[in-house]
Design a protein around this ligand. Structure first.
Ligand SMILES: Nc1ncnc2c1ncn2[C@@H]1O[C@H](COP(=O)(O)OP(=O)(O)O)[C@@H](O)[C@H]1O
Ligand SMILES: Cc1ncc(C[n+]2csc(CCOP(=O)(O)OP(=O)(O)O)c2C)c(N)n1
Ligand SMILES: [Mg+2]
Ligand SMILES: [Mg+2]
Ligand SMILES: [Mg+2]
Length: 323
């Protein structure tokens, strides 16, 4: 297999987005921009950092990499349309496994009528998969982190810590299909986010690093304080039963749940609940937003009657002592 036959083999045979003019086949892809705003993001997954071949079949590697990107589009309120795939291939990856990565991506892309419109193929020392996604959002409906205001309700979708627990199940041979699937096949909250469309102002951030990080990002960006009640944080019982000593940390900083953390005015909280119901997912009120002295933006966590500052934690790349 050479570069060109590989590209030929993963090239889409048809496209679904009506705005597409040119997909794979020229120097770049071309699509028409209509009246909406264009939203784009890129996320990269590296063998040994974001997945390992012992714990993730190639299909899941592709599926999860696209899911992580769609989660960022959902966190902006955007509807996905296109993706481009840059892949660094090392010699230990067989053609069949590479095709499985693409099958994983296209299986999720099918759910949203997305088209793969380009990418890049190079050889290297380890597998790196970098996906660029493009979506659309109606004017004034992009959901920025800067938009939390004093008096808002803080909410989160789904349950927290499942992905980390699923990872632990895989590496310790614990058989819990629900948790393992939450790690391998996360569902980006695209439909829920779209269902918030009637609301004028919502701040959203997706949970890739854990809510300890994500809530601080909203607090800092919006210049507000956030107060979270630990006892209100949603989690699933199997995680607590299987990992009694770890699950509380994972709720805060397990990461990779790809849920949405948001802030919305008290008067729109009912609309958020209805949107979750229509999307078939849970949403939970987990705290409140208040004014911040000097707009520094801090997060406070109350747990068992004690309130403390909740610092960013979770996975951070390029930390000292880590390679
Ligand atoms: N190497 C880079 N060059 C340019 N922009 C970057 C780079 N890395 C991250 N960013 C930008 O920084 C912001 C935060 O990135 P990141 O923490 O990865 O977001 P997320 O957790 O939502 O994926 C994003 O706007 C992203 O596009
Ligand atoms: C083999 C393996 N080790 C560790 C992890 C855990 N992990 C890796 S990256 C990460 C955080 C999210 O990744 P990042 O690149 O920071 O995504 P972004 O914030 O850009 O969305 C976590 C929890 C994993 N999923 N697989
Ligand atoms: Mg990122
Ligand atoms: Mg994000
Ligand atoms: Mg990160």
């Amino acid at each position: 297999m050479d570069e060109f036959s590989f590209i030929d083999s993963i090239k889409p045979s048809n496209y679904r987005q009506s705005s597409l003019i040119k997909g794979v086949d020229d120097d770049a892809a071309v699509f028409r921009q209509n009246t909406q705003e264009v939203v784009t993001a890129v996320d990269t997954m590296v063998d040994g950092v974001h997945f390992s071949r012992e714990t993730m079949a190639p299909f899941y590697v592709g599926y999860r990499a696209l899911a992580a990107n769609l989660s960022d589009l959902a966190a902006m309120g955007a509807v996905p349309a296109f993706y481009l795939v840059s892949i660094v291939i090392s010699s230990d990856w067989e053609e069949h496994d590479l095709r499985e990565i693409y099958r994983g991506m296209s299986s999720l892309a099918d759910d949203y009528q997305m088209d793969m419109i380009g990418g890049d193929t190079v050889s290297g020392k380890e597998l790196v998969l970098s996906i660029t996604v493009i979506g659309y959002v109606d004017r004034n409906r992009a959901r920025y982190r800067t938009e939390a205001r004093s008096g808002d309700v803080l909410f989160v979708t789904g349950t927290l810590g499942d992905s980390r627990a699923g990872f632990e199940c895989i590496v310790t041979n614990v058989d819990n299909e629900y948790l393992i699937n939450r790690h391998r096949l996360p569902t980006p909250r695209v439909i829920f986010s779209k269902n918030l469309n009637s609301i004028d102002r919502v701040a959203l951030n997706d949970v890739s690093d854990g809510i300890a990080s994500e809530s601080n990002e909203i607090a800092e960006a919006s210049g507000v304080d956030i107060h979270i009640a630990f006892s209100d944080l949603p989690y699933c019982m199997p995680m607590a039963d299987l990992f009694p000593d770890q699950y509380e940390d994972w709720i805060l900083s397990g990461g990779e749940d790809f849920e949405l953390l948001g802030a919305v005015s008290e008067s729109e909280w009912g609309t958020v609940q209805k949107a979750a119901e229509r999307s078939g997912i849970a949403v939970t009120k987990i705290g409140l937003v208040t004014e911040s002295k000097e707009k520094t933006g801090r997060v406070y966590l109350s747990k068992k009657g004690q309130t403390s500052l909740l610092k960013k934690s979770g996975y951070t790349h390029l930390q000292e002592g880590r390679d």
